[in-house]
Write a protein that binds this ligand. Sequence first.
Ligand SMILES: C[S@@+](CC[C@H](N)C(=O)[O-])C[C@H]1O[C@@H](n2cnc3c(N)ncnc32)[C@H](O)[C@@H]1O
Length: 209
Amino acid sequence: MKNNYNRIAPFYDTLVRFAFGDCQKKAQTYYLSQIDEDAKILVVGGGSGHFIPELFRLKPAIEIDYLEPAPKMIALAKKQLSSNASNQINFIEQKLEDVALTDQDYDCILTFFFFDIFKPKKSAQLHAKLLPSLKENGKWLMADFNPPQRLHHKLWIKLMFLFLYFSVKADQKSIYHYKTLFSKHSFSLEESKEFCKKLFFSSVYRKRT
Ligand SMILES: C[S@@+](CC[C@H](N)C(=O)[O-])C[C@H]1O[C@@H](n2cnc3c(N)ncnc32)[C@H](O)[C@@H]1O
């Protein structure tokens, strides 16, 4: 099975911290405050969910559908929850391709380091699948890599994909411009910030009619 993150779930966060310090976490959490107070949110490929405590701290009234196919990642995400918050989060152990989504269901979609695991064509298909489930004026928070410019970033990214190829049977081997996913649709870019010498970005898009 491709992209099987179950295999590396127990040490995924440690590896990310070793490779990129707290850059990834900064990109994930930077715009969480932009989510509406009582939003219904879809988290796609949420992984171990280490940003969940911060999300509930900032927005205690939110409701989350948490889509993640790796059971070990889901088990880690559940450990992050207080007993109150566990009533507000619905874990869906499936791939995005296999799940049935309802139109206009979510106020906000979160895709953090999700599209980088797919080839551009597949990312575009998955993005198109998510699109109708976001309400008009809904927000889409995205955090991911920019194509690396510096030599040492290029080397780290090559190493990362090599490791992912052998460990999780990664589908993809390079970073591309994920922002283009939003350019064909009616989205406006509300805010965007780059981190760690521009290797990472975090953006808030709003869906327009
Ligand atoms: C690179 S990790 C990112 C995890 C987390 N979002 C983060 O930022 O730390 C990608 C995650 O997407 C999940 N995933 C893989 N294929 C998927 C699919 N087809 N649909 C939904 N999630 C998927 C993996 O299990 C993994 O947890």
